[in-house]
Design a protein around this ligand. Structure first.
Ligand code: SAM
Length: 248
């Protein structure tokens, strides 16, 4: 695979997590962002820990198939490494990230990676969906939607989550995070996120979930979601929630 000439947020996160799947262009962009914002590794470590705790919680509920949107780079504590008995389909829209993911997962019979626009589940290859998330639409599955809500406007996000609700079987679980207004105090860093990037005050999160019902843990800073010890003291950049699809 040739080296990309544009950075990707997914591979920058891999760099901050200490992974091995990023390129010089990503390291340069990560460095520039940290100049404008400050250290990012602790913040993204907490987001990845949140992913781990929510995936373990879903597996403990009996979920053994996961559909991951805006998946980024499938390593460093990602879904198939946490739910080691489950099958997982990672999806993204970035062709470079998808190819990288496919090369990382080559040879896995439990996890695959393909194109999928979260805003249109019809863009996912049905054969891949049925292979890696065989219960989709028929029995409870886990939906992972992290690092993505910030790139969708309210109307698109609400419609997208509602379509996922309609497509998933009752009992399915959704892990989702939202970006807070943390970057408002760092205008240079905010400008680097591009025009699509959306910060939201916490009060705006709950209505966007629509019919998905938050568990009793609520919508909280990711470090405070069922922490396994004293919560890490990190900037409040992301709020997260585990939500259930009831049986309507
Ligand atoms: C900030 S990264 C998050 C990666 C990963 N989920 C994580 O938490 O580390 C956002 C990812 O969402 C992808 N993305 C952006 N818009 C998308 C869409 N409409 N559907 C699916 N993926 C999308 C980007 O290509 C990128 O890989």
């Amino acid at each position: 695979m040739g080296e990309p000439d544009q950075p990707s947020t997914a591979r920058m996160i891999d760099f901050w997590l200490g992974g091995a799947h990023h390129f010089p262009v990503d390291v340069a962009a990560a460095g520039a962002f940290e100049q404008a914002y400050g250290p990012c590794a602790p913040v993204f470590r907490e987001l990845r820990e949140f992913l781990g705790r929510t995936v373990r919680a879903m597996a403990a509920h009996g979920v053994d198939g996961f559909l991951v949107f805006g998946a980024g780079v499938p390593t460093m504590g990602n879904v198939h490494e946490v739910a080691t008995d489950a099958t997982v389909l990672y999806t993204d829209v970035d062709p470079v990230t998808i190819r990288l993911g496919q090369s990382i997962l080559a040879g896995s019979d439990r996890a695959g990676y393909g194109f999928g626009d979260a805003t249109d589940i019809g863009t996912i290859d049905p054969a891949q969906l049925h292979r890696f998330v065989p219960g989709w639409g028929r029995r409870p599955v886990g939906v992972v939607f992290l690092g993505l809500a910030a790139f969708l406007d309210d109307a698109t996000l609400t419609r997208t989550l509602d379509e996922l609700y309609a497509g998933a079987a009752p009992g399915s679980l959704l892990a989702v995070d939202f970006d807070t207004e943390e970057l408002a105090g760092h205008p240079q860093a905010l400008a680097m996120m591009g025009p699509q990037f959306r910060m939201r005050p916490p009060a705006a999160f709950a209505p966007l979930l629509g019919r998905w019902a938050p568990t009793a843990d609520g919508i909280v800073p990711v470090a405070q979601w069922r922490p396994e010890g004293p919560p890490a003291q990190v900037p409040d950049a992301f709020h997260g929630v585990l939500a259930t699809r009831g049986g309507d």
